[in-house]
Design a protein around this ligand. Structure first.
Ligand SMILES: N[C@@H](CCC(=O)N[C@@H](CS)C(=O)NCC(=O)O)C(=O)O
Length: 380
């Protein structure tokens, strides 16, 4: 009989039950030790974390996996995961658009003193996201070693400590319960919704009034989320990771039709935000984290180059800059160095020499400036 890594983890679990998370390093060492002693180390044969299109999938299409941890924090003391100050910790990457949603909402809802966070290093290698080491000086607040588990070097250590046979992806954002030592959720669309209301009794009154999912816009937001997610948020990845021209062309043309649709809708908006909302809502947050990465990365790295935002989409460009420059929750959670370096230096299948392009410069234009061609057109 040959043993795979998940088998070995299961065997190891039966011999020595996992210790609490804070103390599980020796358990992880045991797993690693077993995997080295295994009759046939199948590590090399297992699909690699960097196989963005499943080997053998002739469609050449990138298919995103569904998140596994789907618990909810609720404002109810007897709940499995009750809303409490300093109980939950958010693991993010500044590079990641899904994690960026959670960082923005944390700020907009005034949760800084209630939920702590750590950003991983921008580089994602064969073992997935890693924590920065104490001797590294990586920009971005809290880009530090894991403050909760001193011996953990990678995000995946948290997943394995809880579920030794875990065979899903190790994704950010990951919301962690320090009291129970378990992952609450690794699904950003649900994490942000927990943040909207669950902690409202703990935040300052001004933040309680921030409603990112207002009752009367819910239907429109849900409807917009549907196509923005499929065609734009995930659409850039579908274009970038495609391994056939057909899959790429389909993704990129759908992406740009949907950007055209947003542009037309912003042209009609009676406010600076989507859906004519008086303040930013979930719809703005979910679109922002893709559009802010568009010119600096997706245009060249993911070949999303039918147009760029700064010269091709005046209303989207204005909307983007309003959020970035006028709202610290958007601007101050945007870390361009993580964004640019992560994609270009982690995806070596599509950028073999891991060179990060210098431009476009600046990463985002000031509100009162335009690229020269737009300036010239405006002068006419
Ligand atoms: N559905 C998830 C997707 C999260 C996700 O894919 N995050 C990426 C970073 S942008 C990740 O951590 N990928 C690591 C991997 O897939 O191995 C969510 O929205 O939370």
């Amino acid at each position: 009989m040959s043993f795979t890594i998940p088998h070995l983890r299961l065997i190891a679990t039966r011999i020595i039950p996992p210790k609490p998370v804070s103390n599980s390093t020796s358990f992880l060492s045991l797993i690693r030790h077993f995997s080295l002693l295994s009759p046939r180390n199948t590590m090399d044969k297992a699909p690699s974390i960097t196989d963005w299109v499943k080997p053998g999938d002739t469609s050449g299409e990138f298919k995103r996996q569904t998140s596994i941890f789907r618990n909810w924090i609720v404002n109810e003391p007897s709940a499995e995961f009750p809303a409490e100050k300093d109980r939950y910790h958010l693991y993010v990457s500044y590079a990641c658009p899904w994690a960026h949603r959670a960082l923005i909402v944390r700020r907009l809802k005034g949760l800084e003193g209630i939920i702590g966070f750590t950003s991983v290093h921008w580089h994602m290698g064969k073992k997935g996201w890693r924590f920065a080491t104490s001797d590294e000086n990586v920009p971005g607040e809290n880009t530090i070693p894991d403050p909760l588990h001193k011996d953990f070097t990678h995000l995946r250590d948290i997943y394995f400590a809880q579920k030794p046979d875990y065979d899903g992806r190790f994704t950010v954002p990951t919301l962690f319960d320090k009291k129970k030592g378990v992952i609450v959720s690794n699904e950003s669309s649900e994490i942000i919704r927990m943040f909207y209301y669950a902690f409202d009794d703990l935040v300052a009154p001004s933040y309680k009034n921030v409603d990112l999912f207002p009752e009367k816009l819910r239907k429109d937001i849900e409807e917009m989320n549907e196509w923005v997610y499929t065609d734009i948020n995930n659409g850039v990845y579908k274009a970038g990771f495609a391994t056939t021209t057909e899959a790429y062309t389909k993704a990129v043309t759908t992406l740009f039709s949907s950007l055209d649709r947003v542009e037309a809708s912003l042209a009609q908006s009676s406010t600076p935000y989507l859906l004519s909302a008086p303040e930013p809502t979930e719809a703005d947050i979910r679109l922002y984290t893709t559009v802010i990465r568009f010119d600096p990365v997706y245009v060249q790295h993911f070949k999303c180059n039918i147009r760029d935002i700064r010269s091709g989409y005046p209303h989207l460009h204005r909307w983007l800059r309003t959020l970035y420059w006028d709202s610290p929750a958007f601007g101050q959670t945007t870390e361009f160095e993580h964004i640019k370096k992560h994609y270009t230096q982690s995806h070596t299948q599509i950028n073999q020499f891991a060179i990060t392009p210098v431009g476009p410069l600046p990463n985002i234009l000031p509100k009162d400036d335009e690229v020269p061609s737009v300036q010239a057109a405006l002068r006419q």
